[in-house]
Ligand binder design. Structure first.
Ligand SMILES: [Zn+2]
Length: 402
């Protein structure tokens, strides 16, 4: 259990003012984050717990779908990027000079690492389809890191790469992955506000890519949603003055602000050709596998959730990712009883924050204020009043000790 009496990351009385969003002030006030440099934050214990829970959900859904987790290095040698001509073509590439005149990339994406890796393991059509993923920090050498979650230089990402023997197989896989992603949104309560928008193919492909955009007032992207067929378009691929739906040709659209947290790219054979990946088909002929890539900006998703669920005095976390399940507020000389209760919850695999801070400063009001600021789904009170009735208060109702 996490005991607040010993916890270093204390709450503040007042929320500091942050110009462009509500959530950062509340996170600072709750002690979840501290700034390291402009728009770069250290995550303390409780914020890290939220991140780990989102990661866990992503991991479970990817594993369920039959993707295999790996951890590729954050650094990679220039030679790999020379093979795909991307050393100079990615404008935000982070290049690091190193000893012996070597140059490395702090990876913004991992095609140049995963493709030679899988080349060693893909030999036959029987090895396909296959998909590997990782949850890893990514780097972008932005000229100017901008406010809030926009254009950060370092972020945690889940990136998955799939390999296929035919276009049909890839399309099937790709469509299914969209459903896996929607399941993930559901579990972190972003389902209702997510639209799948067509976007630019970036350096990967001439076709459109798919971005999963969460509607939010302070989002960095503008999305045009066709009023007739609901097809969503990132502003970058349309003419905002004269909107024409790419799907149905309709010319009226709803315009919303949104933030991208997921994307899916068809990579075709761009990387497998560059690294000369070959497999033998059913007739013993050599073929080049087709690739797809599927990203989730895990840390960005967390910040968007914080902003979407931010209220006046707290961020009302979705229960699935809250920093704990129970907040036990102890008053008077009842610590022993509260600890017993915490242990009971823990034996049921629940996470507990025990507010065992004592002294004049920590009366019911002060403790309750923090319980609401940190926002744990269930608040328990153990006090003389509840002990008298041989019980504890759970979300306002009395429960008897068993
Ligand atoms: Zn349309």
């Amino acid at each position: 259990m996490l005991r607040l009496s010993k916890f270093p990351f204390k709450t503040e009385k007042v929320a500091p003012k942050i110009s462009d969003n509500k959530s950062t002030s509340l996170l600072l006030q709750a002690g979840f984050i501290r700034q390291t440099m402009a728009w770069v934050y250290t995550y303390t214990t409780l914020w890290l717990r939220v991140l780990r829970k989102i990661e866990k959900i992503v991991r479970e859904e990817m594993d369920n779908y039959g993707a295999y987790e790996t951890l590729m290095p954050a650094l990679s040698p220039k030679e790999l990027w020379d093979k795909t001509w991307r050393w100079d073509s990615i404008d935000v590439a982070f290049h690091v000079p190193a000893a012996n005149n070597k140059e490395y990339s702090l990876n913004s994406t991992h095609e140049e690492v995963v493709t030679p890796l899988m080349k060693e393991f893909i030999q036959s059509y029987k090895d396909l389809p296959t998909c590997v993923y990782q949850i890893q920090n990514k780097f972008r050498n932005e000229k100017r890191a901008k406010s809030w979650i926009l254009r950060w230089r370092e972020f945690l990402m889940k990136d998955a790469y799939s390999f296929h023997s035919s276009d049909e197989d890839f399309v099937k896989y790709y469509e299914w992955m969209k459903k896996v992603y929607m399941r993930i949104f559901g579990r972190i309560w972003l389902w209702e506000d997510t639209v799948i928008a067509l976007a630019d193919g970036w350096t990967f492909t001439d076709k459109y890519s798919h971005e999963f955009q969460v509607k939010t007032e302070i989002g960095e992207d503008t999305i045009y949603i066709c009023e007739k067929c609901d097809t969503a378009h990132n502003e970058e691929i349309i003419d905002p003055e004269n909107f024409v739906c790419t799907n149905c040709g309709w010319t009226k659209a709803e315009v919303v602000k949104a933030s991208e947290i997921w994307n899916i790219f068809p990579l075709e054979t761009k990387f497998t050709k560059a690294f000369d990946v070959k497999y033998l088909d059913e007739n013993g002929k050599q073929q080049t596998p087709i690739m797809g890539c599927y990203g989730i900006w895990v840390s960005r998703a967390m910040w968007i959730i914080a902003e979407k669920f931010a209220h006046e005095n707290s961020i009302a976390w979705p229960e699935s990712i809250a920093p704990a399940d129970y907040y036990i507020l102890v008053l008077g000389d009842n610590l022993e009883k509260a600890e017993q209760l915490a242990k009971k919850f823990e034996s049921e695999w629940k996470e507990v924050i025990l507010d065992d801070r004592m002294g004049k400063k920590f009366g019911f009001g002060a403790k309750m204020k923090d319980a609401e600021l940190i926002w744990i789904p269930h608040i328990v009170v153990v006090s003389d009043k509840t002990i008298e009735k041989w019980g504890y208060e759970l979300d306002g109702g009395l429960i008897e000790f068993k």
